[in-house]
Design a protein around this ligand. Structure first.
Ligand SMILES: [Ca+2]
Ligand SMILES: [Ca+2]
Ligand SMILES: [Ca+2]
Length: 451
């Protein structure tokens, strides 16, 4: 398969024709454009008219959620968007194409019909990688499982579209790492047979995209869980590379660009936080635009538990700009039940979690921890079938528990159950100072978005 793919790539042709091919029919409901800046009907019709016989519009995998079969982007910088559409030949499932149409003097004209071979269009993006202020089209073509993907960089100049770079890759990230207004291309190359991996930095020079730096990565990893470009601090961007290590752990490397080169910000300073017992996904959890690095921590003072039974605490860290990390957020996720609970900063390091699962009643209990010992219970989050609502309510009333209704999800009722000890007036030290009131409990509890 690999050699077939390589051979076909070598034989690649960029065909630019200006003759309309056929009036092939494709599902009109696929045609949804991301903007209304252009006369949609006219644009759709023009794309239709240029589709080769037996071709069907296809949506790049990365855009599947937005259902954009026609993409608009200004590829020549004249202020008017080009219309770009990917298609697939029905008879030969390895034949793909991209149509680029430009609006000149009020009429849509075909600029390019680029033919490629692959099994899917994985990725498409439009970024200025040359520094001329005009975006290029970056397309990731996939040749199928076990075959390296191919990134092609297309530039529109003087009315034609040309390929200015073509590279195989395992994973990619594209963004402006050094804030100079020019997007940087970073490709991760992993060879699982040779057990090596590296990150490559590319830049535009003399009309082509060229390799400008390499950074060796751990080659013993399984695969990549996430490769994310984003803000690493308020002023610096980075690439967060999370690889699977061992059976279920993950390890994250944060790369930035310094003096034109890729740099692992933690280098040899081992950051325990970057290793997580289970795979994690990093993101901007506190909505300050900076990516937080997630890791899982075992709740303290619980005694030994099998890994699968640990009610893991999610700890979210930000890079401090040097070789360290700052803890900025902590929460607990229960994906099965569909909720999360965020912990206030005053709780950090002073609480633990115990999960109790019974047939009709699940409890996530939060306890105070002092001197590494489990103390009194703050409260618990209970969830149970709707039918058991009355029974549980009566039981909690008999036990003089205070309860707060948190809502219903997937046929289950969610209730915060607060023991007497945690209902007393607020003190100023230890357990009393950490106690949460009803409003706080409600504000820290969130249902997860439905999938
Ligand atoms: Ca244009
Ligand atoms: Ca840059
Ligand atoms: Ca953030």
């Amino acid at each position: 398969m690999r050699s077939f793919w390589r051979l076909k790539i070598a034989l690649l042709l960029i065909i630019m024709t200006s003759t309309a091919c056929s009036f092939a029919v494709s599902p009109v409901d696929l045609l949804k454009a991301p903007s209304v800046s252009t006369d949609l009907q006219e644009m759709r019709q023009a794309i239709h008219n240029e589709l080769p016989t037996g071709a069907k519009l296809t949506i790049p995998e990365q855009l599947e959620s937005v259902k954009a079969a026609i993409i608009e982007a200004d590829l020549d910088g004249d202020g008017i968007n080009e219309a770009i559409a990917f298609y697939k030949k029905e008879i030969n499932q390895f034949e793909f194409g991209v149509l680029v149409l430009s609006k000149k003097e009020g009429k849509w004209k075909k600029i390019a019909d680029i033919k490629e071979l692959g099994s899917s269009v994985q990725f498409v993006d439009f970024k200025d990688v040359t520094g001329d202020g005009t975006p290029v089209m970056l397309v990731g073509w996939s040749g199928g499982e076990d075959v390296k993907k191919e990134l092609t960089v297309y530039q529109m100049k003087e009315g034609t579209v040309q390929d200015i770079g073509r590279f195989s890759y395992t994973e990619l990230a594209i963004g402006d790492l050094d804030n100079n207004g020019i997007a940087d291309i970073v490709l991760i190359q992993q060879d699982r047979n040779l057990m090596n991996a590296k990150a490559e930095l590319y830049k535009y020079e003399e009309g082509r995209i060229r390799l400008s730096d390499e950074h060796i990565l751990d080659g013993g990893v399984g695969g990549y869980i996430q490769v994310l470009f984003g803000k690493a601090t308020a002023s610096r961007n980075g690439i967060f590379i999370t690889a699977q290590v061992g059976a279920h752990s993950s390890f994250t490397t944060l790369l930035v660009k310094e003096d034109g080169r890729l740099k692992d910000v933690f280098g040899d300073t081992k950051q325990y936080v970057m290793l997580s017992p289970y795979g994690v996904i990093h993101r901007d959890i506190n909505q300050d635009e900076i990516i937080e690095i997630a890791s899982l921590f075992e709740p303290p003072a619980n005694g030994p538990l099998p890994l699968v039974d640990v009610p893991w605490i999610h700890r979210w860290h930000q890079w401090d700009g040097q070789a360290g990390l700052n803890l900025v957020y902590e929460n607990y996720y229960d994906y099965g039940a569909g909720f999360r609970f965020d912990f206030p900063a005053k709780w950090w390091g002073q609480y633990t979690i115990v999960k109790e699962e019974k047939e009709h009643l699940n409890l996530v209990r939060f306890y105070h921890v002092e001197n590494e010992e489990k103390g009194r219970e703050f409260f618990s989050l209970a969830y149970y079938p709707v039918d058991d609502k009355l029974k549980n309510k009566i039981e909690w009333e008999n036990q003089q528990m205070h309860t707060i209704d948190l809502g219903e999800r997937n046929g289950q009722i969610f209730t915060a159950v607060i023991p007497r000890a945690s209902q007393n007036s607020r003190g100023t030290s230890g357990f009393e100072a950490l106690r949460l009131d009803d409003e706080e409990i409600i504000s820290y509890f969130h249902f997860l978005p439905k999938e």
